[in-house]
Structures are given as structure tokens and as C-alpha cells.
Design a protein around this ligand. Structure first.
Ligand code: BJ8
Length: 427
């Protein structure tokens, strides 16, 4: 992978980045990307777009966001699937996912957070404290949410460094919780109308619902193709497509994913795969994997298996559900948005039986040979829910492997050994 040849330094400087630290961050990505992505064989040609996006990871898209701000639009950062992108877009905003997938400025972070905090939270605070993320620096507002305790409390600290607005997400799905969530959607609309200076209308909201649904429909097509054997795309590439969905321009992304899906469907029709049909097929479930966290997919696929589905926020949970497009007016459209988002099955909820159902259904539909639970260390909700997932999966007669990890490469050898032993057992 080549890095961009355009000089973005004046833009990064104007955003207030620490240029030296930022150079060091960017320098690490091409080496990793070459090893994880560009070394693959039989890659679909449509992945060239995603290679380009990664080349420009802090360049072209950031330039677009800066131009958008200059034209009077808002840029809104989010950390979670529960924040409705449709409302942000309807009010002329651009939504960017800010979750960070690599260790950064941990010594500074651990001065204000306990060491035993998950890597995702440490990373997003590290990026902000270290001033190395142009997306975070370009945001007019960051929207947090009351999901896990770690995030909830970290938003208070982030609020000292950037404008933060927090949505109250209930932790159960009873009628009273749905009513609370619906009022939170109204509160969000009021906040976004205030920062954008625009009003939500049936026209702008219907357009945004359709655009975001189209993005999710394109990802559904891509992932439908992964049910085939041999599988036409690697798990790593499919993961990358969802990771990019969090910050790319929506119509462009949708069109490029549809093009990729055309190619995958043609590959399936021709019986062409990225790996022989007898490779073990695995489902990965657990905590989200933000760019450039490709560690577990990479280790699994280098060990000779192929990941065919992800029950992750950077996977199925992101694209599976659509917002009803038939609502006639703004209040009903907001009802439909509230319903769609509260239907996501995150381990922050109790009970969370819907997640077990999703995992078992995906396992059947994608004809998997085994399931890998992958969690970030110190993630209470997912690590504790792992017991129930394991029980449900074993009762369904499927082998399951549990991996608890972080963003450091230090445990790669140990993880590989456990993955290889698991694959041996599947034979
Ligand atoms: S909808 S998974 S994006 S909350 S890994 S920070 S849960 S301690 S990321 Fe998440 Fe929204 Fe749920 Fe998805 Fe906390 Fe766990 Fe860390 Fe996590």
C-alpha cells in the first residue's frame, strides 16, 4: 500500500494535530496493511476501492469533511451503533465513527483511567489526548450513549476535551424503556437542530432513511454472498468493508459495495472462491473491531480457516436491520428509527436472548463449522455474557473457542496456538 502523495499537512495542522505523533501513527499502517491485506491471493478486484480508502485514511475523507464544515454543514462523531445516523444526515450533517482500534498515548490515558479499562475506550481517549485523529478534531459534536459503564464515565472525561452530548440508552427493552428511548430520540433531534440550524422535515428525513438503508442493503448483499462455498471474499476483506462504512461518504460507499457485491455474485455463480471449499468456516462474535484492529481475523485466516460471518457491531449488528420506509410523517419516522435502533442486541442489555438467537441463526445460515468468541479484555458485558453464548452454542452442537485480547500484537503467538488447536479439533 502506498501512502497518499498529496500534502495534507497544512490541513492536519489547521485541525490542531500533533504532526510528529500523527506521522508516527500513519507510518505504522502501510506495513500492517501489506501484511494483512495485500498479501492475500484471489482478492476480489472491487477491494481496490477499500485499498484506496485506506491509503487516504486521514486524507481525502477528512478533506471532504473539512469542506463540508466550510460550507456550513456539521460533522458529528459517534462511538456506538445506537446513535441514529439518519437524523444526523437529515439535518445536513456528516456522521463519523470515532472508535479507535490501536493503542495510543496509553501512559497519558492511564493517568486518568484505570489500567483495567477496555482497549477501545483507552484508544479513543488516547487519540484525543494525543491529538492524532483528524476525524475527532474535525467534529462539531461527539454523541455518546449510556451503554457500558466504562464508556459512560469516559464520556465525562472526553467532555472536558470536546463538545459531547450523551443519549440515555435504556438497558432493558420493556414498554417503559421503549418510551424513554423514544423521548431520547426527540431530545437528539432538538440538539441536532440547534447545532445545524436546520429543521427536520418529512422530506429530509425520508431521504436520509433511504440513503442509510441503501448502505445497509449493499452490505447485506455483500454478506449474502459469503454464504456460498467456496466463499468468494475473505473475512478480513468483509470486515474492512463494514469498518469503512462508519466514516465513508454514504452514496459513494453504497455504490462501491454494490459493485463489489456484483463481482462476488459472479464469483459465486462461477464457483470461484478465495480459499478452497474444504477450509473450516467460522463465525466470529463479540466486541467491535475498529480500524486497524484486524488481528483475530488475520490469525484465523492465516491458520487456514475462513471467517464467513461476524456477529459484531463491525458486522451483522451494523447492517442487519433497516428503518421502515413507509412512515408518512416525521413523528412516525422517528418511531421507526427508535424501534430499529433499540432492536440491536448489544450485551449492555439484560436480558439479551436476541443475541443468542442471532448467533445460532447466523451459524445455520452460513453453515459454520465453529464459533469464535472474541472479546476485548476488561469488557464486562461481553466477557460475562460469554458464558451464556458458550452454553447456547454447545447446546446447538457447535464447537466454540473463546479469545480475550487487546490491541497489542504481544499475544499473537499465543492466540495463534489456540486457534490452530481449535482448527485441529474441527477436522
Ligand atoms: S452497540 S458493542 S458499539 S456499546 S468493548 S466500550 S461494551 S467495555 S463497544 Fe459497543 Fe455500542 Fe454495544 Fe456495539 Fe464497553 Fe465492552 Fe469496551 Fe465496548
Amino acid at each position: 500500500m502506498n501512502t497518499s502523495t498529496f500534502d495534507y499537512r497544512p490541513m492536519w495542522q489547521s485541525l490542531g494535530l500533533d504532526l510528529e505523533a500523527h506521522d508516527a501513527l500513519l507510518a505504522a499502517i502501510p506495513v500492517l496493511y501489506q501484511d494483512v491485506y495485500l498479501s492475500q491471493r484471489e482478492r476480489p478486484e472491487g477491494m481496490a476501492y477499500f485499498d484506496f480508502v485506506m491509503t487516504e485514511i486521514h486524507g481525502l475523507r477528512v478533506r471532504e469533511l473539512v469542506d463540508h464544515k466550510a460550507a456550513g454543514g456539521a460533522v458529528v462523531g459517534t462511538f456506538c451503533l445506537y446513535v441514529p445516523e439518519e437524523i444526523i444526515r437529515a439535518l445536513g450533517g456528516q456522521c463519523v465513527g470515532l472508535c479507535a482500534g490501536t493503542e495510543w498515548a496509553y501512559s497519558e490515558v492511564e493517568r486518568i483511567l484505570p489500567q483495567n479499562t477496555c482497549a477501545l475506550i483507552k484508544s479513543f481517549l488516547g487519540f484525543k489526548l494525543g491529538r492524532v485523529c483528524p476525524y475527532a478534531e474535525a467534529c462539531d459534536l461527539v454523541i455518546g450513549e449510556t451503554t457500558c459503564d466504562g464508556k459512560k464515565k469516559a464520556y465525562e472525561l472526553l467532555g472536558e476535551l470536546a463538545p459531547v452530548y450523551v443519549m440515555e440508552l435504556p438497558q432493558m427493552k420493556r414498554a417503559a424503556d421503549r418510551a424513554l428511548w423514544r423521548t431520547e430520540i426527540d431530545r437528539l433531534v432538538a440538539k441536532l437542530e440547534e447545532i445545524s440550524g436546520q429543521r427536520l422535515t418529512a422530506e429530509n428525513l425520508a431521504r436520509a432513511i433511504k440513503e442509510v438503508n441503501d448502505k445497509r442493503r449493499a452490505l447485506q448483499r455483500l454478506n449474502e454472498a459469503r454464504k456460498a462455498s467456496p466463499v468468494p471474499i475473505s473475512g478480513k476483506d468483509a470486515l474492512l468493508a463494514v469498518q469503512v462504512a462508519f466514516y465513508d461518504d454514504v452514496p459513494r460507499f453504497t455504490s462501491m459495495v454494490n459493485k463489489l457485491a456484483d463481482e462476488l455474485e459472479a464469483r459465486v455463480a462461477a464457483g470461484r472462491g478465495v480459499a478452497p471449499a474444504d477450509r473450516p468456516r467460522l463465525l466470529v462474535t463479540g466486541t467491535p473491531m475498529a480500524v486497524p484492529n484486524w488481528k483475530v481475523h488475520d490469525l484465523i485466516e492465516k491458520a487456514g480457516a475462513v471467517v464467513v460471518a461476524e456477529e459484531l457491531c463491525t458486522g451483522y449488528r451494523y447492517y442487519a436491520k433497516l428503518v421502515d420506509e413507509t412512515a408518512p410523517a416525521v413523528p412516525e419516522m422517528l418511531d421507526a428509527i427508535a424501534e430499529r435502533y433499540l432492536d440491536i442486541n448489544c450485551a449492555c442489555f439484560t436480558p439479551n436472548e436476541g443475541r443468542m438467537d442471532d448467533i445460532l441463526r447466523l451459524a445455520r445460515e452460513y453453515k459454520v463449522d465453529g464459533i469464535v468468541q472474541c472479546h476485548l479484555q476488561f469488557c464486562g458485558p461481553y466477557q460475562i455474557e460469554a458464558t451464556k453464548v458458550e452454553r447456547a452454542v454447545r447446546e446447538a452442537g457447535l464447537p466454540v473457542l473463546r479469545l480475550d485480547t487487546d490491541y497489542s500484537p504481544g499475544d499473537a503467538g499465543q492466540l495463534s496456538t489456540r486457534i490452530e488447536a481449535f482448527l485441529e479439533m474441527l477436522k
